[in-house]
Design a protein around this ligand. Structure first.
Ligand SMILES: Cc1cc2nc3c(=O)[nH]c(=O)nc-3n(C[C@H](O)[C@H](O)[C@H](O)COP(=O)(O)O)c2cc1C
Length: 328
């Protein structure tokens, strides 16, 4: 029999892990993230606003803090120096996070670095603290990135499964404008800090409108918590446009990741982070990457358009796989 409990009531039903705050039982949510420019932090804050409309929910918001901070904006070589470690999921040391006991649900906000979770987030997930925190807990992942998060989320699924966490939902916000534009606007933002629109390019980053609308997930989550739905297998946030998988990017992302695996090994072999040896291979790699972007990518776009009718079914299958668990 399913026991329904209104949060804020004076007594928890047996077997449920409600926390006491000011003499009332509330559900405690941990929102934990790593954000450099503050964009992902704003995305999550807006979600929390919706969530906290329910007085029976209490949120702890915590930032992951690497022991050695990463630059923002980035210099060219610092940016590419994190490539091999990001791809091979070598997390960095992070400071312990100040946490309460007994969270009912964890919202994990992360960005994508080279088709992988950002290194500080990987680093945190590899700590003993995370092992204790995530074991058996329901988790909602929230991604803020340029537009390539599919492989990163696959890696995240493995990291969470290793911790024994239960992934209920995934929400992904991507930068505004077409892929071709964000290929310029996102690196410009990350390397100079400039987010403004210029020439025919849109502003960099996630559209403000999308960030504002994040409260819909908080509101839905609050309703779901009210019904103890986080104790099930989810999803809690379906039908709200949690993700938008671009079928045309799936092949590009898979191919890019395969080449990332090879190049990350080569760059690692060339030397430790920021060493002259590594920087030489990074220079060769970026020239290779640029040539690829200017030649193979446009060719690939034409070929994709031609073969699209033939691959429609398999692309649709892949789209529906990556849309799980929350869907469109
Ligand atoms: C080193 C690095 C690599 C990145 N690689 C990707 C990527 O592969 N795919 C993607 O969609 N976004 C990528 N991004 C963009 C981030 O996911 C994110 O949108 C951006 O860093 C802003 O996040 P913030 O909230 O930390 O400021 C990368 C960013 C950095 C700093």
């Amino acid at each position: 029999m399913k026991i329904l409990l209104r949060q804020g009531s004076i007594c928890p039903p047996p077997g449920l892990s409600y926390n006491m705050v000011d003499g009332r039982y509330v559900k405690k949510i941990l929102v934990i993230y790593y954000s450099q420019s503050g964009q992902l932090k704003r995305i999550l804050s807006r979600m929390v606003q919706g969530l906290e409309e329910n007085s029976g929910v209490q949120c702890d918001i915590r930032a992951i803090s690497p022991v050695e901070s990463y630059p923002y904006p980035w210099t060219f070589y610092r940016f590419f120096n994190v490539f091999p470690e990001a791809v091979s999921l070598d997390g960095c040391p992070v400071r312990p996070v100040d946490l309460a006991d007994n969270y009912d649900l964890i919202v994990l906000g992360y960005t994508i670095w080279f088709l992988s979770p950002a290194i500080p987030v990987t680093g945190f997930l590899q700590t003993k603290q995370a092992a204790l925190l995530f074991k058996g807990k329901p988790v909602i992942t929230v991604i803020g990135c340029r537009d390539m998060w599919l492989i990163g989320q696959e890696k995240m699924k493995t990291l969470l499964a290793d911790l024994g966490a239960r992934l209920l939902d995934n929400v992904a916000l991507t930068d505004q404008g077409r892929s071709l534009y964000t290929f310029v606007t996102t690196p410009r933002w990350l390397l100079t800090g400039k987010k403004d629109s210029f020439w025919f390019f849109p502003k960099a980053g996630v559209a403000e409108e999308e960030i504002k609308k994040m409260d819909r997930f908080g509101k839905r989550l609050a309703e779901a918590l009210d019904r103890d739905e986080e104790q099930g297998d989810g999803p809690l946030l379906s039908g709200l446009g949690a993700v938008n998988v671009n079928g045309k990017l799936i092949a590009t992302e898979r191919i890019a990741h395969r080449s990332f695996l090879i190049w990350s090994k080569l760059i690692k072999t060339a030397g430790s982070p920021c060493s002259p040896g590594r920087n030489v291979v990074i220079t060769i790699y970026t020239v290779f990457l640029l040539t690829l972007v200017l030649t193979v990518v446009p060719m690939n776009m034409i070929i994709r358009r031609l073969v699209y009718p033939l691959c429609k079914k398999s692309i649709a299958g892949a789209v529906s796989y990556y849309e799980q668990p929350s869907g469109r």
